[in-house]
Design a protein around this ligand. Structure first.
Ligand code: NDP
Ligand code: 2IT
Length: 454
């Protein structure tokens, strides 16, 4: 992705990346996330004297600390099971560490470092006082009973509770961590500390949760797409749309796109995707939500119920669409997928997931003048409403649905404006990757400079 850059800048990037790879061997996801950010930032840092000589990129790519711990729990058969868990406290320059917990067998330290690094920029973009963190475990909640998940969450919180706090670090949900897991963790924290503190977000409404938090990431990605299309005097209404995933982010992205008149024709899980040419909406959306959120079933059940096509083991990127929202996981859309989407008429893509597009895919979208929104900008709605949940908890009040949604729309509009401010090129085109990376960087970097040598 460095080909259009001045050779001197390219050499600096390569030199920086060599050092980073040496210091963080084998952490490929972390290398990938850093390379994208550093490619945007290096020209800006080199031409800005106050950042140039203070090793700011070295400092910002080193997490403040990482806590690694064993989680032992007992399954329903009485066997002792052992998992590994982490909390990556990446950067708290502009506020307490903030970011989700991910429970999935693919979780490694590299994955959590990439997520914590990205979160630092994302949280800065929201304009709210939140630092960046991420955590999780290689625990697989799939196929586990509620009791097993409860015992795992309680055991994990025994250790995690020492490292978090409303002014220290405030975890939330991510893949495999939803309302059920947050409730078990919050209940255990409260028991251990004998305090009712705003130490997690994504809580249920009855104990301090915010309206719209469940919907916020999917709604926010859709609002960001609206903002991007508006720059071309275009809109979502009437467009055919591909969404991947069928979890928290995907479900509410599908709902909001349909509400705005888009026709969402795909959704997926790790087993395959459904292709519903009439659009996933109304009762069909309700069925999908219940299938995934309540019954924890497989997406093939949707195809069986409504008689649409189901493609086992495939991703939805071969379907002709004008808009796409990858909302499942990292690197789920590669260069070949991007080429197919563009060939089939793709106009814009907003990432609901974190880093779902590979560097080759991103380069292809940019070369093809597709509007491309990186996740740290377009999926920031979730953490934004988490920030609003913290505000409501601190004030001991609850805002209405309309109030939270209004604030969410305003935040997504502001993030889009920040991307335009830092990403508009001399020819008038907008590079949302540069816009989000530089826009997220400035506030964090300025705070670090103000603190001195930290
Ligand atoms: P969920 O666990 O609710 O849903 C995840 C979805 O993605 C499921 O459909 C799941 O399928 C699929 N998926 C997960 N891992 C893989 C994999 N390795 N291969 C194929 N499919 C996979 O998670 P969320 O919806 O919360 O998160 C989705 C993405 O959005 C993640 O990248 C997350 O970091 C990001 N995100 C989440 C936010 C939030 O507030 N929750 C905020 C911002 C970003 P299956 O059920 O078969 O595993
Ligand atoms: O990736 C993310 O932004 C999240 N998983 C949400 C984090 C949060 O603290 O709400």
């Amino acid at each position: 992705m460095t080909t259009n850059l001045d050779p001197k800048v390219q050499a600096e990037i390569q030199n920086f990346m060599r050092g980073l790879v040496r210091r963080n061997p084998g952490e490929t996801e972390f290398h990938q996330a850093v390379e994208e950010v550093v490619t945007s930032l290096m020209p800006y840092v080199l031409e800005t004297p106050k950042y140039r000589d203070v090793a700011i990129l070295e400092r910002m790519t080193e997490p403040d600390r990482i806590v690694i711990f064993r989680v032992c729990w007992e399954d329903d058969q009485g066997n002792i099971r052992t998992n590994r868990a982490w909390r990556v406290q990446f950067n708290n320059s502009i506020g307490p560490y903030k970011g989700g917990m991910r429970f999935h067998p693919s979780v490694t330290q590299s994955v959590l470092k990439f997520l914590g690094f990205e979160q630092t920029f994302k949280n800065s973009l929201t304009g709210l006082p939140m630092g960046g963190g991420k955590g999780g475990s290689n625990f697989n909640p799939k196929g586990k009973s509620d009791h097993e998940v409860m015992r795992f969450c309680q055991s994990l919180m025994i250790e995690l509770s020492r490292h978090i706090g409303e002014d220290t670090d405030v975890p939330a949900g991510d893949i495999g961590v939803g309302a059920r897991e947050i409730s078990y963790m919050f209940g255990q924290y409260k028991r251990l500390q004998n305090r009712f503190a705003s130490v997690l977000t994504g809580k249920a409404l009855s104990f301090g949760g915010s309206l719209i938090r469940t919907e916020a990431t999917g709604y926010g990605a859709t609002y960001f797409m609206q903002n991007m299309l508006n720059t071309r005097k275009d809109a979502i209404a009437g467009k055919t749309v591909a969404v991947s995933g069928s979890g928290n982010v995907a479900l509410y992205c599908i709902q909001k796109v349909a509400e705005l008149g888009g026709v969402v024709v795909t959704a997926s899980d790790s087993d395959g995707f459904i292709y519903d040419r009439d659009g996933i909406r109304g009762e069909k959306w309700e069925f999908l939500r219940d299938l995934k959120e309540v019954r924890r079933g497989r997406i093939s059940a949707y195809a069986e119920k409504f008689g649409c096509e189901y493609f086992a083991g495939q991703k939805p990127w071969g379907v002709p669409v004008q808009l796409a929202f990858p909302c499942a996981t990292q690197n789920e859309l590669n260069g070949d997928d991007a080429a197919t989407l563009v060939k089939n008429g793709l106009q814009a893509l907003a990432e609901g997931a974190n880093m779902p597009c590979t560097p080759e895919a991103i380069a292809h979208f940019m070369d093809s003048k597709v509007l491309y929104a990186p996740g740290k900008a377009s999926n920031a709605g979730g953490v934004s409403v988490s920030g609003l949940e913290q505000s409501q908890n601190a004030l001991r009040i609850s805002w209405s649905r309309e109030e939270v949604d209004h604030r969410l729309q305003g935040i997504m509009r502001d993030i889009h404006a920040t991307c335009l401010k830092y990403g508009t090129k001399p020819d008038g085109s907008v590079n949302y990757v540069d816009g989000a990376n530089i826009g997220g960087f400035v506030k964090v970097a300025d705070a670090m400079l103000a603190y001195g040598c930290v």
